[in-house]
Every structure is written in structure tokens, then in C-alpha cells.
Design a protein around this ligand. Sequence first.
Ligand SMILES: Nc1ncnc2c1ncn2[C@@H]1O[C@H](COP(=O)(O)OP(=O)(O)OP(=O)(O)O)[C@@H](O)[C@H]1O
Ligand SMILES: [Mg+2]
Length: 234
Amino acid sequence: MELVILENTKKDYISGEINVPALRGINLSINAGRFISFVGPSGSGKTTLLNLIGCLDKPTEGKVFVAGTEISRMNRKTSAKFRGDNIGFIFQNFNLIPVLTVYENVEYPLIMVQDVPLEKRKKRILDLLEKVGMISQKDKYPAQLSGGQKQRVAVARALVTDPKLVLADEPTANLDHDTAYKVIALMHNMKKEFNTTFIFATHDPKIVGEAEAIYTIEDGLITKMQENKQPGVN
Ligand SMILES: Nc1ncnc2c1ncn2[C@@H]1O[C@H](COP(=O)(O)OP(=O)(O)OP(=O)(O)O)[C@@H](O)[C@H]1O
Ligand SMILES: [Mg+2]
């Protein structure tokens, strides 16, 4: 099943008097359950593309569909609801909320958008904290954690609503080599267990090596798509 479809999607940013064409016509179709990555030089449009797929921004032209719904024309309120129900985000800087504990950070998306009963909510949070190996740290605050620990909490938070799609923009950029590998392995396990689709934007060769397919973006266009027949081998 196709989870993400882009049809001739374009995005211009207006910067003062100047029009910056960030995406110049993207056609793309990504099936459910995939683990894929966008790569390309700085400024090529990777983050812009993730923002459009994540319903965080609107295209200037063209259409974006996620899970059969056209998200490119939604109003703010509908977008927020759609994101909350369908999409998880993982960022380069972890973006945990400093005044909330590990447990509360993971709980946050459930409170915000989904009407989940308390007991069920608690079970889901503890289950995910267990899976990412952070259960013993559940009462700590983000400032008390290492980068890798923070990112594992962010992985749990991204998955707690059981989203169809997780978007991860440079999720390993602030992690050392070994920690980055562990976080990638963790995301891969989550994909296998929940059949969650993962889309990355990255410069990290470790993610590129683990991805099932790699889309190269240059100057706002997809210039190459390569299936990786043996992810994790190289
Ligand atoms: N909010 C904005 N306003 C104006 N121009 C922007 C804005 N965001 C991005 N751009 C421009 O759009 C183009 C694509 O930027 P984008 O952030 O998508 O690149 P990227 O591939 O994610 O780069 P990086 O690898 O450095 O993260 C760049 O030319 C950038 O300067
Ligand atoms: Mg970027």
C-alpha cells in the first residue's frame, strides 16, 4: 500500500523580495513499512520535503497524500489533528521538553491528541520505555541524560501514538558513532515490530547503509533512487 504520494510538489520560500525555489517538482511514492532515506547536499531541500510530508508546511504547488488523505490543502486545526494521529517526529536536537520527566515526555503526544484512557496510556508508555531501554531512567529530566539516551526517549515519544509514519531529520547528527548505530538499530527494530514506515533525511553514511532505499535530492529535485538490496551489510 502506498503511504506517501507526492505529485509534482513544489515549494518556494519568499525571502524579502526574493523567491527561493526549495523544491522544484517532486514525484514520489513510498509504500507502508519502508525504511528509507533522503540524502543530498546541504540546502538541497531535504528538510523542506520532510516538513511537507509531515504536514508541518504546505506546498506552493502540487499535492501531498499521506495514508490516502490529501494533506496539502488542510487547514491548521485539521493538520494538527492529522499529524497527532498519524505521524511521529524525531529531530537532530531531540526536542524533549526540559521541564517534563522522561515518562512525561513520552506521555505528552498521547495527552495532546488522543483520548486514551489512563491505564492504557500508562501501559503503552512503560512498554515503549522498556523497548528503548529507558525504563530505569523514567523519572529523570532530559538535562540529566546523555545524547543517546535523549534520542532513545525521542524514539519512544515518536512511536507512542502508534503512528503509521515516523519522520526523522538528521536523528544521529548529535550522537557519537556507537550511539548512533544503537539508535539506528533501535529504530529498525521498531519498524519490524510495528511495521512503522521510517523516512530519514541525513548525511550520515550509517543511516544510508541501513536504509532500504535511498533518494538523492539535488537542488530541489530527486535525481536518483537506489534500492539497497542488503541494508546493513555495507
Ligand atoms: N524558512 C525559510 N525561508 C527561506 N528559505 C528557506 C527556508 N527554509 C529553507 N530555505 C531554503 O530552501 C532551500 C532548502 O533548504 P532545506 O532546509 O530544505 O535544505 P536541507 O537539504 O535540509 O539542508 P541541510 O542538509 O543543510 O539540512 C535552501 O536554499 C534554504 O536556504
Ligand atoms: Mg535539513
